[in-house]
Design a protein around this ligand. Structure first.
Ligand code: SF4
Length: 318
C-alpha cells in the first residue's frame, strides 16, 4: 500500500503484517478489518495474520517485498510507517525491526511518522537504534541524528494512557515526538513537564464507532495553544454534536428545550455523552452533550469554525 487518504501524511508504508489488540483504542481496529478484507481479496500476505474468525491471530512478520519501497520513492514525502500494525509489537523479530529502520536510513529524503501504542518498547528501542545506525556506517550520535527524520507518536485514548505514554516519551532518545489521540475517548490534561512537538486528535469512525465529546477536543486545542504545541485536528469521526444547526444540515430532527437538546429515541444513532466520558445510561450527568451518528463524511473536521493542520517544525534528526 502506498498512496493513502490520511489527512496528516502523504503515504503509508506497511513492511510488517499482523497485530494484537492492546488498548482501548484497539477495540474497533481498522487495520484488522482491512487485513480481513485484503485476505478475502486474495492478498496472501495477510493469510497468516487473520484467523477464521476474522480477528488478528497474534502473528507479526516482515514483508520482504515492501522493505525497499521508500528508496524507490525519490521525492521526499511524509510516510506513515506501519499504518496496519504496530512496529513495536513484541512478536516482531528484533532483526526485522532493525531492517526496517535500516531501510529508513537508506532513504533519508523522507519524513517517517511512527505511531505506536507500545510506549515502553519504543522508548527502549531508541537507544538500540543508535547502534543500528552506527552499524550502517553512521558513526557518532550527531551523525546518526542528522541521518534521518522520524516523528515518534505515541497513540493514546484517555488520561491514563496519556500519562503512561508521557512517562515513556520523556526517555525517548529522539528529537521529534508527540501524542496521537485517536480515537479520543475521554478528557485529557496534557502533562506540562513533558516536551511535546505535536498533538494529533481524532474521533472514531467505522462499525461500532464511539463518540468524542467536542469539549475534550476544544480543551486539547486550548492546551496546545498555551504550551505552543502544533495541533492537528484529524476528524470528528462518525459522531457529531447534535445542535439545531447540525440537525438541519444533516437531515435529522432535534427539539430545543430549556434543559438542552432533545433527540429521537434511537440509541444507535443518538446518545448523550457525559463530559468525563462515562456512560450516560448508567450515570446521567448534567451538561452531557447530545451526539448524533451521521458518518465521517458529514461530521467532517471543522473545529471552532476552521480546520486545524499544524505540523511540527522541520528537524533532521532521529
Ligand atoms: S495497535 Fe493498532 S493495528 Fe494493532 S490492534 Fe491496536 S489499533 Fe489495531
Amino acid at each position: 500500500m502506498s498512496k493513502h487518504k490520511i489527512e496528516w501524511t502523504n503515504k503509508t508504508w506497511n513492511p510488517i503484517v499482523g497485530c494484537t489488540k492492546l488498548r482501548k483504542g484497539c477495540k474497533n481496529c481498522y487495520a484488522e478489518r482491512m487485513a480481513k478484507r485484503l485476505m478475502h481479496m486474495g492478498q496472501m500476505a495477510y493469510d497468516a495474520a487473520i484467523g477464521d474468525d476474522g480477528r488478528w491471530m497474534g502473528t507479526v512478520y516482515l514483508r520482504e517485498d515492501q522493505l525497499c519501497k521508500p528508496k524507490f520513492w525519490k521525492k521526499g514525502c511524509k510516510i506513515f510507517v506501519c499504518s496496519m500494525s504496530d512496529l513495536f509489537h513484541e512478536k516482531l523479530a528484533a532483526v526485522a525491526r532493525d531492517r526496517i529502520f535500516a531501510a529508513m536510513l537508506s532513504a533519508p529524503q523522507h519524513t517517517y511518522q511512527i505511531v505506536t501504542k507500545r510506549y515502553k518498547e519504543a522508548a527502549g528501542y531508541t537507544e538500540h537504534l543508535m547502534e543500528v545506525y552506527k552499524a550502517a556506517g553512521h558513526c557518532g550520535r550527531k551523525a546518526i541524528r542528522d541521518s534521518v527524520n522520524i516523528h515518534w507518536l505515541f497513540s493514546a485514548s484517555d488520561q491514563s494512557e496519556v500519562n503512561e505514554a508521557c512517562e515513556n516519551l520523556m526517555y525517548l532518545q529522539v528529537a521529534t515526538s508527540g501524542l496521537y489521540l485517536e480515537p479520543l475517548l475521554g478528557p485529557v490534561v496534557l502533562p506540562g513537564h513533558v516536551p511535546l512537538d505535536w498533538v494529533i486528535v481524532g474521533g472514531e469512525s467505522g462499525p461500532g464507532a464511539r463518540p468524542m465529546n467536542p469539549q475534550w477536543v476544544l480543551a486539547l486545542r486550548d492546551q496546545c495553544q498555551d504550551y505552543h504545541i502544533p495541533f492537528f485536528f484529524k476528524q470528528w469521526g462518525a459522531w457529531e454534536e447534535a445542535t439545531m444547526a447540525a440537525a438541519a444540515a444533516h437531515g435529522y430532527i432535534v427539539r430545543e428545550m430549556r434543559q438542552g437538546v432533545i433527540m429521537p429515541a434511537n440509541p444507535n444513532r443518538y446518545k448523550y455523552l457525559n463530559l468525563d466520558g462515562s456512560d450516560y445510561q448508567n450515570s446521567p450527568q448534567i451538561g452531557a452533550t447530545p451526539m448524533a451518528r451521521v458518518g465521517k463524511k458529514k461530521a467532517g473536521r471543522i473545529l471552532d469554525g476552521r480546520t486545524w493542520e499544524e505540523y511540527p517544525t522541520e528537524t533532521t534528526s532521529v
